[in-house]
Design a protein. Structure first.
Ligand code: PAF
Length: 274
């Protein structure tokens, strides 16, 4: 496995990579959820490129950029075990050599709902860095977790709307044995928070299991589970279509939740068959 830091080193190393190329963009603090992305890319592609870059553009002024976990040595060890060929861990000046970009990607109306309602500049920052990484790495496929479902839906849409030429692959969420979705932010949970947070995945699975009763039953059952957890402050609980448009009467839909537990904001989602 080759590890490079600067933009120039990356450009030289990219010339040696043979296709089909799979890109796994990450912000580091890699856990078993990222391992699943790396494994999916490894299974599909001849070469796997992973990036480790905490993208300042996707953090709001009051968000956790400074305290975002940074664990490069452990991240590199996981990439090595996962059979990654090339890791690029650039600095901010490598990704944004001209400073803050003047031209950015607008996520459109899907960027201001759900997560976008509380993080108004977040998805423009995500889409801009993902478009840049796809432009720099030129992968055949890029891999993203279903855990950040709105991010995945927006990246899929961007790749189509802007003809980015890379296939976007969504990889199922990895969960702890008790159901908690893996997230780099779980490290912020106290033992009490961790127990309370279980209501989130329990609500989603209870909602999914109530799907035979239709959309209103899904939402009622999931809300009842969340209402029973006083430490979980729900930001939203919504049922939508797979592309995050309105939910269909029948067929696949997505149940999404965001909630604060202690000082940590968690998101999760599941597929629901209406
Ligand atoms: O999901 C993430 O870790 C980030 O949003 C991504 C896609 C790597 C862009 O910075």
């Amino acid at each position: 496995m080759k590890v490079v830091r600067s933009r120039a080193e990356f450009a030289a190393a990219r010339l040696t990579v043979v296709g089909p190329v799979g890109l796994v963009p990450t912000m580091g603090a890699l856990h078993a959820g990222h391992e699943a992305l790396l494994a999916a890319a490894r299974a599909d592609c001849t070469s796997v490129v992973a990036t480790v870059f905490v993208n300042p553009l996707q953090f709001g002024p009051s968000e956790d950029l400074a305290r975002y976990p940074r664990t490069l040595d452990a991240d590199l060890a996981m990439c090595e075990r996962a059979g990654v060929d090339l890791v690029w861990a650039p600095g901010v000046e490598d990704v944004y050599p001209l400073g803050d970009p003047l031209v950015t990607i607008s996520p459109g109306s899907l960027g201001s709902v759900l997560e976008g309602a509380v993080r108004p500049t977040h998805f423009a920052g995500v889409l801009t860095v993902v478009a840049k990484l796809i432009g720099l790495v030129r992968p055949d496929r890029a891999y993203f977790g279903q855990k950040d479902y709105q991010q995945l839906a927006l990246i899929r849409r961007m790749a189509q709307d802007l003809e980015l030429g890379a296939g976007i692959v969504g990889v199922p969420t990895v969960r702890e044995p008790d159901g908690l979705a893996l997230s780099s932010r779980n490290v912020y949970l106290s033992p009490d928070d961790r127990r309370e947070a279980l209501a989130i995945s329990s609500a989603l699975s209870a909602g999914r299991d109530a799907a035979r009763g239709g959309a209103s039953a899904v939402l009622a059952v999931a809300s009842a589970v969340l209402a029973d957890a006083p430490g979980v402050k729900v930001d939203y609980l919504e049922l939508r279509g797979p592309d995050l448009g309105p939910p269909p009467g029948h067929g696949p839909a997505r149940l999404l939740v965001a909630a604060r537990v202690g000082t940590t904001r968690l998101i999760d989602n599941v597929e629901v068959s209406l």
